[in-house]
Design a protein around this ligand. Structure first.
Ligand SMILES: Nc1ncnc2c1ncn2[C@@H]1O[C@H](COP(=O)(O)OP(=O)(O)O)[C@@H](O)[C@H]1O
Ligand SMILES: [Mg+2]
Length: 336
């Protein structure tokens, strides 16, 4: 891959909007970014498609995967003809690699694996098949693999979200959507904790801590983790570290007022206080009629309405994630 970070800077947008993307640590890096959210219509497909195009335009090889099992519509947003090659075939013995299912798009460097349209029960994949699919995704010859997840909090959706290097949650500034977003965050947190528990054989320690709930004044998951750290420092620390890796990103979509954009800070603060983990609030995407017009024209927003105010915002968000991930990888390579 060419240097994505540098290329992002070369995008036609104002360079300063892309943030201080620096260094070449993202070179050769393969990452999965997953976009999820509490319910349908909150902008998951908008974000996934346009983040992917931004990366591809910056020179990265990108594969978009429609994992909205049951509501797959990414192909329509990208103007890709429906094909009989879809994720349905993923476990077919005739398919050696997922690459065979990738359809070209109008954007160079960007291909699409279309979502399953039929009755194949991908919505309830057993664990082994989920692992197999994840392995196949990681083997794709791409720099970035972007997953458009379905609505809801099924184990499938949560597992793909948690397995990704970057998990992005979209929410609308409406009480019902915020409620759904909290439900998603909570489900993802407990699913993650379950995985960690299993990894460190910590169930009995968690149970014994919870049995002293009143005495220890445990009122939230954050209190539980704090107490675990005090009572069982070794395992407590491991759990704390694993949870620290769990930093989801948040996008507030369809904002209309200044106050709408503050929803993101509210969600971030509640998560820190209640769950004890960080949410990286990427910012908001304002309501823009260009979005639904582009959907009607079956053309992605960035290509159809490059002057939309959402375009530089999306570029800035992508630039932020790319440089942050590059930094993270650099630190872990240095053993920091
Ligand atoms: N920022 C926005 N401004 C205007 N309309 C939007 C915006 N984001 C989404 N929409 C509208 O909402 C619909 C649903 O968005 P979509 O990305 O398909 O959501 P999801 O994938 O979460 O179901 C779009 O087709 C579009 O009409
Ligand atoms: Mg969608």
């Amino acid at each position: 891959m060419e240097n994505t970070t540098e290329n992002l800077n070369k995008l036609e947008a104002d360079e300063s909007l892309l943030g201080k993307t620096q260094g070449s640590a993202s070179q050769g890096l393969k990452q999965i970014w997953a976009v999820g959210g509490g319910k349908g219509g909150v902008g998951k497909t908008l974000v996934t498609a346009n983040f992917a195009i931004t990366l591809a335009k910056a020179g990265a090889r990108v594969v978009l995967v429609d994992l909205d099992l049951g509501g797959a519509n990414l192909h329509t947003c990208l103007g890709v003809e429906a094909s009989d090659k879809t994720l349905t075939d993923v476990f077919s013995p005739n398919i050696k690699s997922l690459q065979e299912l990738a359809l070209p798009t109008i954007v160079p460097n960007l291909s699409l694996i279309s979502g399953a349209q039929d009755a194949m029960n991908v919505a309830n994949l057993p664990h082994a098949q989920k692992q197999k699919l994840l392995n196949k995704l990681r083997q794709l010859p791409a720099d970035y693999i972007l997953l458009d997840l379905g609505a809801g909090t099924s184990f499938n959706t949560l597992d793909f979200f948690l397995a990704a290097d970057v998990g992005i949650l979209t929410v609308l500034p409406e009480p019902t959507s915020i409620e759904n977003a909290y439900r998603f965050i909570k489900s993802a947190f407990y699913r993650k904790l379950k995985n960690i528990e299993y990894l460190y054989d910590a169930r009995s320690l968690i149970d014994s801590t919870m049995n002293r709930k009143n005495e220890l004044k445990i009122k939230s998951p954050a209190d539980l983790i704090r107490n675990l750290e005090t009572l069982y420092p070794e395992v407590g620390m491991k759990i704390r570290n694993s949870l620290n890796d769990f930093e989801m990103k948040l996008v507030v979509n369809q904002t209309r007022t200044e106050i709408d954009s503050e929803v993101g800070f509210g969600v971030r603060n509640v998560c820190k206080k209640y769950f004890g983990f960080n949410i990286d609030y990427l910012g908001c995407l304002e309501y823009d009629s260009a979005v639904w017009q582009s959907v009607r024209r079956k053309r992605p927003l960035i290509l159809e309405f490059p002057a939309s105010p959402l375009v530089p915002t999306i570029q800035k968000m992508v630039g932020h994630i790319v440089s942050e991930q590059a930094e993270k990888i650099k630190r872990s390579q240095l053993g920091l």
